[in-house]
Design a protein around this ligand. Structure first.
Ligand SMILES: Cc1ncc(COP(=O)(O)O)c(C=O)c1O
Length: 464
């Protein structure tokens, strides 16, 4: 964008953008609005002016503006011009229209992706042959979809995976189900981090597994505790999140990973490694467990957090001996993953759009983490994480704190939701900072959190 005179005149560089010019202009608009360089209320150049300065026809600009208007990004006002719209009416960050600022859901803002989806759908519709998307897919997906899975895994972890060992799945949750079902039998014990992704609990119920909590420290799972728990419960399966753990944000160090795998080898433990937030981590992170011991580790990832949960697309990388079992489970439960979603995901990945989006996500999360650190004065959360883990000062109790916050219009999640066993649950809450569309609302929410933290804890209603 360049500025001329006193008035900022929006002039995007569309020379490097692929596809028809009108789409390139619409995409540039979306990016500049998403990054804030075109703020809410900014006036856009007239169709004629922009067309002249970009060297395109007026019709091209009209079409680009119409597309951005359909996405709700801009709006025309008769006699005044075209302006960047305030997304407020579409705000309700998590579908909650009660006015609550919802910091309890670990999703990332969706607004920048609407245009991406629209363009991908149009490109798909323009394709000559759609027959590959109309039939039952091969159980382990088409070669292109497996290839896309391998590319995504390599882009986000550096690990080179054989596409033949990858299954497209209906999101991360489905990948967890398949992986856990493949390595356990009903009645087995499943080792999990003491605080874990809450949806592992209903899955354990479904598969009739007993969850065994394993202690964590500042580097994640504690190897000795894993060893002890495996022995005590005769457990041979572990589910864990080595990077950007949900909810504590911890990433296991490289030596910690080696020590944990050593325990797993000795005790014959198979591991399900969940990396759905991994695309947000720096590429200098330690190698995934699956790269260190590919025969022992099932690795899962998903596009829900980066692109959109509505795609329902993830990938599961399996050790070769488990491939047949996982394939049978997928056949028995889904017949095969929806090829339409998998195709869109493949297009996003193979065109580079998914990686592009990941870069924007990382920038957004870094900005919001800095905002949170400033408002909450520090905190130990990983700056690459889309959530904060907030240990509460004495004498706050986690449920009282979450309840008091809700009373002030902010929803967060107390540690209980993540605890896999009763007792010994820390007094902490998870605060998700990636999902609220408007940074001013996030600011307001975080100020309320900071305000409550600074107050003495409220006395319960009745204390006699
Ligand atoms: C750690 C973890 N794994 C898996 C999932 C599920 O991912 P998906 O939406 O792709 O099913 C989530 C969603 O919040 C998650 O936090």
């Amino acid at each position: 964008m360049t500025m001329t005179g006193k008035q900022p005149a929006w002039l995007p560089d569309i020379s490097q953008r692929p596809g028809p010019r009108y789409r390139a202009i619409a995409a540039a608009l979306q990016d500049d609005i998403g990054s804030g360089s075109l703020p809410i209320g900014a006036k856009l150049p007239t169709h004629r002016d922009l067309a002249w300065r970009l060297g395109v026809t007026v019709g091209t600009v009209t079409r680009a503006y119409a597309e951005a208007e359909r996405s709700g990004l801009i709006g025309g006002e008769v006699g005044r011009g075209t302006f960047v719209r305030d997304p407020r009416p579409a705000e309700a960050p998590t579908g909650d229209d009660s006015g609550v600022i919802d910091l309890s859901v670990n999703a990332l803002t969706q607004r920048p992706n609407e245009e991406r989806l629209r363009q991908a759908l149009m490109q798909l519709a323009d394709r000559g042959d759609l027959s590959g998307l109309m039939h039952y897919p091969p159980v382990n997906g088409s070669a292109r979809h497996r290839q896309a899975g391998a590319a995504w895994i390599e882009q986000t972890t550096g690990m080179v995976a054989d596409p033949a060992l990858i299954l497209p799945t209906a999101g991360g949750q489905n990948a967890m189900h398949l992986a856990l079902a493949a390595i356990t039998r009903p009645g087995d014990s499943l080792l999990v981090e003491r605080l874990s992704y809450p949806a592992v609990k209903p899955l354990a119920g479904l598969l009739d597994l007993r969850l065994v909590p394993v202690a964590m420290d500042g580097e994640g799972l504690v190897p000795d505790a894993l060893d002890q728990a495996a022995r005590t419960h005769g457990a041979h399966a572990l589910y864990c999140m080595p990077r950007l753990h949900n909810p504590t944000t911890v990433t296991q160090s490289a030596p910690r990973r080696q020590a944990l795998l050593e325990v797993c080898r000795r005790a014959g433990i198979l591991v399900v490694e969940d990396d759905v937030y991994g695309f947000l981590a720096p590429r200098t992170d330690p190698a995934p467990l699956a790269a260190l011991d590919p025969e022992r580790v099932l690795f899962l990832t998903s596009l829900s957090k980066n692109l959109m949960p509505g795609l329902r697309t993830g990938f599961l990388l399996c050790p070769p001996p488990l491939m047949d079992r996982v394939r049978s489970l997928l056949r028995a439960t889904l017949l095969g993953v929806n090829p339409l979603g998998a195709e869109l995901a493949a297009e996003f990945i193979l065109s580079g759009a998914a990686l592009d989006c990941a870069g924007q996500r990382r920038a957004l999360v870094a900005e919001r983490q800095a905002q949170a650190r400033r408002l909450l004065r520090g905190g130990a959360s990983d700056p690459a994480c889309p959530h904060l883990w907030l240990p509460l000062p004495e004498p706050w109790r986690r449920e009282d704190f979450a309840r008091a916050l809700l009373g002030r219009g902010v929803r967060v999640t107390p540690a209980d939701a993540f605890a896999v066993a009763r007792g010994d649950t820390p007094h902490a809450v998870r605060v998700c900072i990636g999902g609220v569309e408007r940074t001013d609302l996030l600011e307001q929410g975080l100020r309320i959190v900071a305000g409550l933290l600074a107050e003495p804890a409220a006395m319960g209603e009745s204390f006699v």
